[in-house]
Write a protein that binds this ligand. Structure first.
Ligand code: 4FV
Length: 231
């Protein structure tokens, strides 16, 4: 999959894509990430390229201008491209959405900055996605979160396939608690059921644990899950 990330800070991405699973995914060409500097598409006065201006109607902060944003998107957009604008005004990113995006051939991610992007630039955008109900200093972080969570669904990116399949939220509920050696830690043993090695019993216990914690911490997920089951 090719991913073009449009931002004002291409350097922001040096690090998260250069280690561990994402580094391996890029090396094995499962993930082909390109960084585009929106400032390269701004009209230049001398060596200054203006990308932002004050908001019409007044108010605090600055707004990203439509011209450089649209030109940047058009510089990479092609027939099968799917353009996503990361912003707090988007639909919340979910595992299901990550799985859906992982099937795209070409993703174009637009990272907001300042107060946001001029609304008219959104004519080049297919969907707006938020990573959560809080405001970041810049949208680059949201793009990193999306690429990371989405890449896990690309076949071959994770070591053994089923890992993503057993994730939290895969069945709309939390993952079960995990245990590893030592069998006794500071007087706390591992649950007996995990020692008995009866896989059906272990699977039942894990689902029960996942369900119980989801009910306690995120009851709305249960409602949604049962709604999905009853649909
Ligand atoms: C954000 C979010 C987010 C808003 C102002 C960047 C910032 C600045 N993006 N999910 N939450 N973006 O806070 O995606 O433009």
């Amino acid at each position: 999959m090719r991913v073009d990330i449009l931002s004002l800070f291409p350097d922001y991405f040096s690090g998260p894509f250069d280690v561990s699973i994402l580094k391996r995914a890029r090396e094995s060409k499962l993930l082909d990430i390109h960084l585009v500097d929106i400032r390269d598409f701004a009209p230049r006065k001398g060596n200054y390229a203006k990308v932002d201006d004050r908001p019409y109607g007044g108010g605090p902060g600055m707004v990203l201008m439509p011209e450089p944003v649209c030109q940047a998107i058009r510089s990479v957009k092609r027939e099968k491209s799917h353009v996503v604008y990361l912003s707090p005004q988007g639909k919340k990113l979910t595992a299901a959405k990550c799985q859906e995006l992982s099937q795209k051939q070409h993703l174009v991610l637009l990272c907001g900055h300042y107060e946001g992007v001029d609304e008219r630039a959104l004519k080049e955008v297919d969907e707006e996605i938020s990573i959560g109900d809080y405001v970041l200093t810049n949208g680059c972080l949201a793009a990193i979160v999306l690429v990371d969570a989405m890449a896990r669904f690309i076949p071959g990116v994770l070591g053994h396939e089923e890992a993503a399949g057993q994730d939290s939220f895969q069945e709309g509920i939390f993952d079960a608690p995990h245990y590893t050696r030592p069998e006794m830690f500071e007087g706390i043993p591992i649950p007996d059921v995990l020692k008995r090695g009866n896989h059906a019993e272990i699977a039942k216990w894990r689902r029960k644990q996942g369900l119980a914690k989801t009910k306690r911490v995120r009851p709305e997920l249960i409602l949604k899950e049962t709604e999905n089951e009853t649909e």
